[in-house]
Write a protein that binds this ligand. Sequence first.
Ligand code: IPM
Ligand code: MG
Length: 382
Amino acid sequence: MLSVEGCMPQYRIAWLPGDGVGREVMDATRLVLDAVRLDAVYQPGDIGWEFWRREGDAFPARTIDLLKRVDTALFGAVTSKPTAAAEADLVPELKGRGLSYRSPVVRMRQLFDLYVCLRPCKAYPGNPLNFREGLDLVVFRENTEDLYAGVEFWPVPAELSATLAKLAPAFAPFQSLLADAFAISCKINTRKGSARIARAAFEFAKTNGRKKVTIVHKANVVRASDGLFLEEARKVAADYPGILTDAANVDAICMWLLKNPASYDVLVAPNLYGDIISDLCAQMVGGLGFAASGNIGEKLAVFEPSHGSAPKHAGQNKVNPVATILAAKMMLDWLGEEAKGRAVEKAVAAVLREGRVRTYDMGGASTTLEMGEAVARALPSD
Ligand code: IPM
Ligand code: MG
């Protein structure tokens, strides 16, 4: 495909709106990317509920192929529903075939080994939803393993029960239960996975002049998998004597974050705890409408808002697109277009500071697109 100048655009970007409000926030973000004049071609990809319903696959093979051919991707949101509700939505021809729904975003993270989930949470001045002013937290969430490994059993096969009864005395109370009367989800943490997310967090802290990294875990109870995570993270920490290292249980960190958020800086956590604390941190800076997320691997990175598809708001052009616009800013940084990334963030900050254009979450009546237009207008004109 040719750009206006007649030569190949510099970047190929997969454009994955998904469903629900995903489409609307992506449309608003596109206004900003166009205004910042990124030399890119945007290649649309199919992902989301519509494809689950019609094809039995929310993340079709053609979209996986697309992701193999692009430099990066921007992703909106997709709907997830529990097993029975997902089955009920399938077209009649696909019902009863034993198809099972798995979140496409989790699959994408694992398939492309996007092991860093980077979630900055910054309180922009003027945002009426800030829980505290001045917060600037960054969560590094391990993104491919832990309880998200997808190794789960329900009903539990007799063979597995027998093995566990042999190996784990603590399994005794479950041993005689019927296969369907209990369920097992494996929390799998590896040394490699734990070390590389810790390395990413400490490197980020070092490069960005951050003072402290807090390792989040529950190793006092979840001794094996969290014990390993903590051990690996501490080993990495030893390579960064200039950065203060702190470790805390995940329950305590939720309490401390709420009580004293200003004393935290960078946090690093296994997958599920990272999922949970990143929502908490997001709420402290205005909620999911402001929380952007980068899924970053060695070869590919996919950027997205942390929020879901919000079906109840879909089609109303009302949700806040700032999270997706900030995800686009992260994408620009990752591409090496830091000047454009800074410009986008400045424009977001200016719109929030001014407070004239506000979506419903901020108590305003501006639409999703109006917010995108306002940010696009606030970009420096050069
Ligand atoms: C997130 C979301 C996802 C997750 C869901 C939509 C599968 O909550 O990106 O934080 O659990 O990782
Ligand atoms: Mg989440």
